[in-house]
Design a protein around this ligand. Structure first.
Ligand code: LIP
Length: 295
C-alpha cells in the first residue's frame, strides 16, 4: 500500500463517477433485456450494466494491475483477494432507479488486503458525494450549491450524541431481495421486535433502498444504526470507509460477531458516539435467530 497514491486513486474515482453520473440521470430506466436476477425483486437494468462497463474500463486503463469486483460481472465463486481491488456497484438502489426514486448512488471502493481503504458514494441525482480515504477523514460534498465552489463538509455533520439506549435510535433496515426461508423470517421477527413496546421501542425504522446510502447516513449521523444481511461487498465497501472515518464501525449482523469481512454479507453498522459497544450488544439482544447467508 506504501507505493499506492491513495489521494490520486480517490480523485480519479470521483472524476469518473461524476462523469458517468450523467449517463444515469439521462437514462430511461428499463429492466428490458437485462430484467431481474435471483427473483422478480432483484432488478438490473441496461444502465447498471453499461455504467459498470464504462467505470471498469476506465479503472483498468489507469490501474491495470488492480483487481476488480463489480456487481454486474460477478460470478458465483469469485473471491476477494488481498490484491488492491476496486469493488463497484454501478447503481446501488436499482429498484429506486427503476421507480425514478432519487435514492441512488454509484458505490465505488478500493480494498487492499481485503480492508476497505478508499470509498466514494455519489448520488448523481442530488450531486452529493460521500468520500473518504482511510486515516484521512470522511466528507460530504454538495456540488449543487448557490456558492461558486462545491460545499464540502466533514463527517459526522454534528457532534455525536450518546448511542444508548437503543430505544433512542433511528435504524436503517432493508428487506433486500431474498424473500424466502430462514433469513427472511429473522428479518421479519427482528424488525417487529425492534419496534415493539415490549421490545426495542426504537424511534423508527427506515429503508433508503441503498446499502451505500444507508452506511453514509449512519456516517453523517442522520441515522444511528444500519442492519442488513444478504447484500454484498460492492454495496458496502465504499460506505464502510466513509463510516469508519466518521467514527463508526461495522460488526456482524449475527449476534456475537465483533469482526466481519467486507464480503461477509452480514452487517451491523453503528455511528460514532459514546456507548457504541453497548448499543451493539443491546441490538444483538433483540435479533430473533441467526442469518445463514455468508456461511
Ligand atoms: C441493493 C442494496 C440493498 C439491498 C437490495 C439491493 P442494488 O443493491 O443496496 O441494501 O437491500 O436488495 O441489493 O441491487 O440496488 O445494487
Amino acid at each position: 500500500m506504501a507505493d499506492i497514491n491513495l489521494q490520486e486513486v480517490h480523485d480519479f474515482m470521483i472524476e469518473i463517477a461524476r462523469k458517468v453520473g450523467e449517463r444515469i440521470t439521462s437514462a430511461t430506466p428499463s429492466t428490458g433485456a437485462a430484467g431481474s436476477k435471483k427473483n422478480s425483486v432483484d432488478l438490473v437494468t441496461e444502465t447498471d450494466q453499461a455504467v459498470e462497463k464504462i467505470l471498469s474500463t476506465s479503472l483498468h486503463e489507469k490501474y491495470p494491475t488492480f483487481s476488480f469486483m463489480g456487481e454486474e460481472t460477478y460470478k458465483p465463486g469469485d473471491k476477494l483477494t488481498d490484491a488492491p481491488t476496486f469493488i463497484l456497484d454501478p447503481i446501488d438502489g436499482t429498484t429506486n432507479f427503476v421507480h425514478r426514486n432519487p435514492y441512488v448512488a454509484i458505490s465505488l471502493g478500493l480494498a487492499i488486503n481485503k480492508s476497505p481503504t478508499v470509498g466514494i458514494v455519489y448520488n448523481p441525482f442530488t450531486q452529493t458525494l460521500y468520500s473518504a480515504i482511510k486515516s484521512h477523514g470522511a466528507y460530504l460534498t454538495h456540488f449543487l450549491t448557490p456558492q461558486p465552489q462545491p460545499q464540502k463538509l466533514k463527517l459526522p455533520l454534528h457532534p455525536p450524541t450518546p448511542l444508548t439506549p437503543l430505544s433512542t435510535c433511528l435504524i436503517a433496515i432493508e428487506w433486500g431481495s431474498d424473500r424466502s426461508a430462514n433469513d427472511f423470517a429473522v428479518k421479519s421477527r427482528t424488525f417487529t421486535k425492534l419496534a415493539a413496546a415490549d421490545g426495542g421501542m426504537v424511534h423508527g425504522l427506515r429503508s433508503l433502498g441503498s446499502a451505500a446510502l444507508n452506511m453514509c447516513a449512519v456516517a453523517a449521523g442522520e441515522m444511528d444504526v444500519y442492519w442488513e444481511a444478504g447484500c454484498w461487498a460492492w454495496d458496502v465497501c465504499a460506505g464502510w470507509v466513509v463510516l469508519g472515518e466518521a467514527g463508526g464501525r461495522v460488526v456482524d449482523a449475527n449476534p456475537g460477531g465483533w469482526e466481519v469481512g467486507v464480503d461477509g454479507r452480514r452487517y451491523l453498522a453503528v455511528r460514532g458516539g459514546e456507548g457504541q459497544e453497548g448499543v451493539i450488544r443491546e441490538f444483538w439482544g433483540l435479533v430473533e435467530g441467526r442469518f445463514e447467508v455468508g456461511g
